[in-house]
Ligand binder design. Structure first.
Ligand SMILES: Nc1ncnc2c1ncn2[C@@H]1O[C@H](COP(=O)(O)OP(=O)(O)O)[C@@H](O)[C@H]1O
Ligand SMILES: [Mg+2]
Length: 485
């Protein structure tokens, strides 16, 4: 097959949800040099979408050109073109083996090899992040160990694939409908559509664990109380120092990870004597909010907003919000100590998503099986959006904390399957859409979908809302929650 009347396809290298990857020969180069051709297909294909995908594809290709041109540990982009409503990238072929192939051939990696690999990859990641790009799919399949010099090369940047997921939402605005990443290697904030730079460090940490232990992420146990990934028992001859460095990279909450690739590299070089930070109420870190936890997905750009040395308005608002919510939280705790049960009259529901959760102290904590996280965790949580939890068995629009959630035409999405108190950590048991806001009165129209929350994800309840949706076929009181990490 001769693609674009130029590239002679030799064989398929892989095929994924968005297209295929081929090894080919460039017949219009004197050497007939080999190249890799990536074919990408938009998931929704109509003329309106095509135009948008085309624009995004063009922008992402420009990013790849820039990235690949400045470091030899990212393949050089040779060309890009469109053919029959499909998009193609032509890249440098890196002769080597992916880490997946390598471990299959040679067995487990030793500590020193993993250290060297990390030391060679972290500067590349630092460079990628400095360009405000998050790779979003780091895993053994997407890292090639080059035969020529043994150096690791990063392939398969997520942004380009994301552009193929462009769809029009119900308001007719273009939005990305997909979460890029691989379950197990991607952290929860990314699964919820909000990757941050340290999401890549998490994936790198999980990759290192796989290389050291042979255990893919899905095979590892998780401490159900703390959410900690239990991998040490599988690791033979791995020093506590390296374990500590990896542990910090794979912390559940982005704020507890290394804040940058450089910081992780430094830990690796200096022996990793930095301890895992424990969040405290007073250290609610504005700096982290500004640089680390900032969500970076927007419908049009895969790039995070710049982190200048001064604070942006958004950052100021976040800091102010942090301060106010701390004060409100203290009031909330006082009120909560009275343990009153109050039912919310149906028509007094407030729908503002900015409403502080303290004013929702309408229920009483009665369920001893729920683990409530510390107030500092609530206050520092990175809000992801709103999800539907389930319904309760009444038609009055009231809920009581600890009351069982029931399945109606829709499933219960969290465990424990009861109305949770604010601050409770819950686990998602049914994948659920994440919405920007709770459904809005008067007709409880669903707000824009911003992502999905996958099964197994732990979330903190930040706010509750409940109402009888008169439009729905189900007469029960529906319960929604604002959730965070
Ligand atoms: N530049 C490249 N050089 C050599 N092999 C590559 C290159 N890009 C991709 N491959 C091979 O093709 C496979 C699939 O490509 P990739 O870009 O990861 O697409 P996807 O994971 O979306 O199928 C990779 O796992 C790797 O084995
Ligand atoms: Mg890949």
């Amino acid at each position: 097959m001769l693609l674009n009347e130029r590239y002679q396809v030799i064989r398929t290298l892989g095929s994924g949800g968005f297209g295929e990857t081929f090894l080919a020969e460039d017949t219009q180069m004197p050497s007939h040099r080999r190249c890799v051709i990536k074919l990408l297909k938009p998931i929704q294909n109509n003329p309106q979408i095509y135009q948008l995908v085309q624009e995004r594809f063009g922008r992402e290709a420009a990013i790849l050109e820039d990235l690949g041109g400045s470091t030899d540990q990212i393949p050089t982009l040779y060309a890009y073109f469109q053919l029959n409503n499909q998009f193609y990238l032509v890249q440098e072929w890196v002769e080597g083996d992916t880490l997946t192939e390598k471990i299959e051939q040679q067995g487990l990696f030793s500590e020193s090899v993993v250290r060297e690999l990390l030391a060679n990859l972290l500067p590349v990641l630092e460079y990628v992040h400095s360009k405000r790009i998050i790779h979003r799919d780091l895993k053994p399949d997407n890292i090639i160990l080059r035969h020529r010099d043994g150096k690791p090369v990063l392939i398969d940047f997520g942004a380009v694939r994301e552009s193929m997921g462009t769809v029009l939402n119900s308001q007719g605005n273009p939005t990305s409908s997909i979460v890029i990443g691989t379950p197990g290697y991607m952290p929860s904030e990314q699964a919820a559509g909000k990757p941050v730079y340290s999401s890549d460090l998490y994936s790198l940490g999980m990759t290192a664990i796989y290389l050291l232990t042979g255990q893919p992420p899905q095979a590892l146990e998780i401490d159900s109380r703390t959410g900690e990934i239990l991998w040490h028992s599988h690791a033979m001859n791995v020093s506590p120092t390296l374990m500590g460095i990896i542990d910090k990279a794979i912390q559940y909450h982005p704020r507890d990870r290394y804040s940058s690739a450089r910081e992780m590299l430094q830990a690796l070089q200096t022996g990793g004597n930095q301890t895992i930070s424990t969040p405290t109420l007073v250290s609610a870190p504005p700096a982290r909010l500004s640089s680390q936890s900032q969500p970076v997905v927007s419908p049009y750009s895969s790039q995070p907003t710049p982190s200048p040395s001064g604070l942006t308005d958004l950052q100021k608002i976040l800091i102010l919000g942090t301060f106010i919510s701390t004060s409100i939280l203290l009031c909330f705790l006082l009120i909560k100590s009275f343990q009153e049960v109050v039912s919310k009259p149906q028509n007094t529901q407030k729908t503002s998503s900015t409403e502080p959760f303290a004013s929702r102290s309408t229920v009483v904590p009665t369920n001893p099986t729920q683990s409530t996280v510390s107030p500092s965790n609530v206050q520092q949580s990175l809000s992801l959006g709103w999800i539907r939890l389930g319904s309760v068995n009444n038609t009055l629009g009231t809920v009581t904390l600890g009351e069982p959630l029931i399945k109606t035409t829709q499933p219960v999405t969290i465990s424990p399957t009861v109305v949770p108190s604010i601050g409770t950590q819950v686990t998602v048991i049914n994948g659920v859409n994440l919405r920007k806001k709770q459904p809005q009165k008067p007709d409880y129209k669903l707000a824009e979908r911003t992502g999905v929350v996958v099964v197994g994800q732990n979330l903190v309840i930040l706010n509750l809302d409940y109402f009888v949706d008169s439009n729905s076929g189900s007469p029960y009181t529906t319960v929604w929650a604002e959730v965070g990490l």
